[in-house]
Design a protein around this ligand. Sequence first.
Ligand code: MTE
Length: 399
Amino acid sequence: TPDGWLPRDSRLIRLTGAHPFNSEAPLTALYDEGWLTSPELFYVRNHGPVPQVNDEDIPDWEFTVEGLVERPVTIKFKDLVREYDQVTCPVTLVCAGNRRKEQNVVRKTKGFSWGAAGVSNALWTGVMMHEILKKTGLKRGARYVCMEGADKLPNGYYGTSVKLNWAMDPNRGMMLAYKMNGEMLTPDHGKPLRAIIPGQIGGRSVKWLKKLIVTDKPSDNWYHIYDNRVLPTTVSPEESANDKNWWMDERYAIYDLSTNSAMAHPVHEEQLCIVGAPKNYRVKGYAYGGGGRRITRVEVTLDKGKSWRLANVDYAEDRYREAGPVDLYGGRLDMEWRESCFSWAFWNIDISVDDLKDAKDIMCRAMDESMNVQPRDMYWSVLGMMNNPWYRIAIHREN
Ligand code: MTE
């Protein structure tokens, strides 16, 4: 395959054929690794071949800032590192297709089947996007920042856009990153440079970044228009293929993540021998919100939502916030001023084995600070994105 040169962790589960590479870790392995995911187990979503960049060429890697800016520039990697303030920040990335498998079971979507591990968390080091745009200056009418990667795909280079006023807001934390957990980015995750767009679907965080283009309109890149959208549930695969207008409607483009949670203990098909087992089973999982909104609760039900139990939520992100400003991995980690929550939270609750053995299933749901709560029912759409109904593990008894 075009990226046969790349070593990949054998624990990763391939979700599409040999190429392009799309993979997630087994959910328990991802969770058990802890709050920070290693590059090896971090989910991968590639639309095509991974651009091959040699280490000796990284200092001269160039990206351009063009469009509605006062002073268009070409910035070399080495100058980005030398001339700008460096920051480090934890951010969770989530593919918009996370949990799509559940949708494909109900009705086939156009997308491949992600389990619930299309999500990972890392400490990113780089330069804030607004610092770069402040230097170039902005022209009248500037409203969007388009981004383009170096991966050449059947429909051109991968690209998308975000609103300019988001990019200029330090609280939204958008950055150009070159390190992940203190190490240079690996090829699958954007070596040598990528955008990190916190709180939004992973598809906005363009890898192998070559261009920032400031515009008055959202990106016209093929991947911005025909990917990462939630069309109305009434639109079938055939209708969406025949009528371009469904795709051209920017209202259906998705940005902020939806509130979501899943269980990593138990996982599907896990076997629990209750003879001699401890009295309680510790149910554990992750939860994340969109747009930097904090998860305020995670609840678990054993009776299909008639009654709920409140889980403990651990905000590891707050430990970085409380530690105060520090220099980490060559960047300033300073979260004191930043209220937003851009990382997943882990949760747990002890359930007695007696209760578990009598239940038909166990389900969880999360809520964020704006009371966005995971719905009971699925919203099916043709691309199968943003799936976030109550997460369910069926319980079967064998004597
Ligand atoms: N950027 C480029 N250049 N090419 C891509 O295929 N995939 C996007 C985004 N950025 C993509 C890209 C999608 S859909 C996701 S979910 C994230 O990258 C995945 O990032 P990761 O592979 O580092 O987890």
